[in-house]
Design a protein around this ligand. Structure first.
Ligand code: 13P
Ligand code: SF4
Length: 340
């Protein structure tokens, strides 16, 4: 009987002097973040991915929650959901590797239907995207006739297709205000909706979705940090519960958090968001001390260098969106991108 041998994506690639030389710039960016003993495992993956990207005319779009070896090692574009959507719409690459979660890859595919969009692990979902279906959105539209539906990008293409306009955490207030109405439906994150409601006079009807990472932060813990850590600056993502945001010094999207820290350089900072954010900013702001009561997003953490390499080698798994759904979803995403 024939024997078929599976290629082991986790089998280490050789760390040669040539690999060390080609990856020296990445090593310097990751100095102090990746332990020296791990570099011989990481560097050959970074080197192989760089070669495959050239061969495939591919780019890696990495969300701010990706681990440092992805974020600083192989990403061509890093950022929050808004920046990644904007860059996907602009790229000349033939292949997009989405180092993030499935809804982000779907957004890239919606914006670039003719490109190959790869998600290195198809299990990378999102509790917000899972909280609502297209049928739920249709029911809300029927219950609130004439009220525009603003949908967070953390949703499936099917849900976007039922919506009037999308938003991200970085532009939600601006999008809601751009509509010029007194009442909007904003789905599916009830905490993002309540954050936006706290910043505008517009009435907001929402859904019961929440992020499984950010919902766990607790306002009582913030006071504990303030008591224990002199002058700590507390920054929360708008997906956190309202009492956590109220107890923080600043709230913003992942890109806004990074900009705040890099510009203001607080001596000590507490980021109430996914774990890798602190590590990624620390590589660029070594003078800032990060408290790390982070939450780990199990979906974001399904990405790895070997899986990104494997996706580029095989051009799989590809993200597909039904063209009829994609066409309607594109209208909602492009309306968002048109709001400056
Ligand atoms: P932003 O990067 O857009 O702030 O989103 C955070 C998030 O949870 C993405 O899944
Ligand atoms: Fe979804 Fe929360 Fe993970 Fe972001 S951090 S992908 S909102 S589960």
């Amino acid at each position: 009987m024939a024997v078929s041998v599976e290629h082991d994506v986790h089998a280490p690639l050789p760390f040669t002097p040539a690999v060390a030389e080609r990856t020296e710039a990445a090593r310097q960016r990751l100095d102090g973040i990746i332990p020296a003993f791990e570099w011989p495992l990481v560097a050959p993956e970074i080197d192989a991915i760089a070669r495959l990207k050239r061969e495939r005319n591919a780019i890696v779009l990495a969300h701010n929650y990706q681990t440092p070896e992805i974020y600083h090692g192989v990403a061509d574009i890093v950022g929050d959901s808004l920046a990644l959507a904007r860059k996907a719409a602009e790229t000349d690459a033939d292949v997009i590797v989405q180092a993030g979660v499935h809804f982000m890859a779907e957004t890239s595919k919606i914006l670039c239907p003719d490109k190959t969009v790869l998600i290195p692990d198809t299990g990378a979902g999102c509790s917000l995207a899972d909280s609502i279906t297209g049928a739920d959105v249709r029911a809300m539209r029927a219950a609130y006739p004439g009220v525009p539906i603003v949908t967070y990008v953390n949703t499936s293409a099917e849900v976007k297709a039922e919506s009037d306009i999308c938003c991200t955490s970085g532009n939600a207030i601006k999008i809601v205000e751009s509509l010029g109405v007194k009442r909007v439906i904003m789905i599916p994150d009830r905490y993002l909706a309540s954050y936006v409601a706290s910043k505008t006079d517009i009435e907001i009807v929402t859904w019961q979705g929440q992020c499984e990472v950010h919902e766990r932060f607790d306002a009582n813990d913030i006071q504990g940090y303030r008591d224990a850590v002199d002058g700590v600056v507390v920054i929360a993502h708008p997906e956190c519960p309202p009492e956590v945001i109220a107890a923080s010094d600043f709230a913003g999207s992942t890109a806004e958090m990074a900009t705040y820290v890099k510009e203001k350089r607080p001596a000590r900072v507490l980021l109430l968001t996914e774990c890798s954010m602190s590590d990624n900013i620390a590589a660029e702001a070594p003078d800032v001390e990060f408290m790390k009561p982070c939450g780990l997003c199990p979906h974001m953490k399904l990405m790895s260098l070997p899986k990104i390499r494997r996706a580029l080698e095989t051009l799989q798994p590809q993200v597909t969106v039904d063209p009829a759904i994609a066409e309607k979803a594109r209208v909602a995403v492009e309306r968002m991108l048109a709001v400056k």
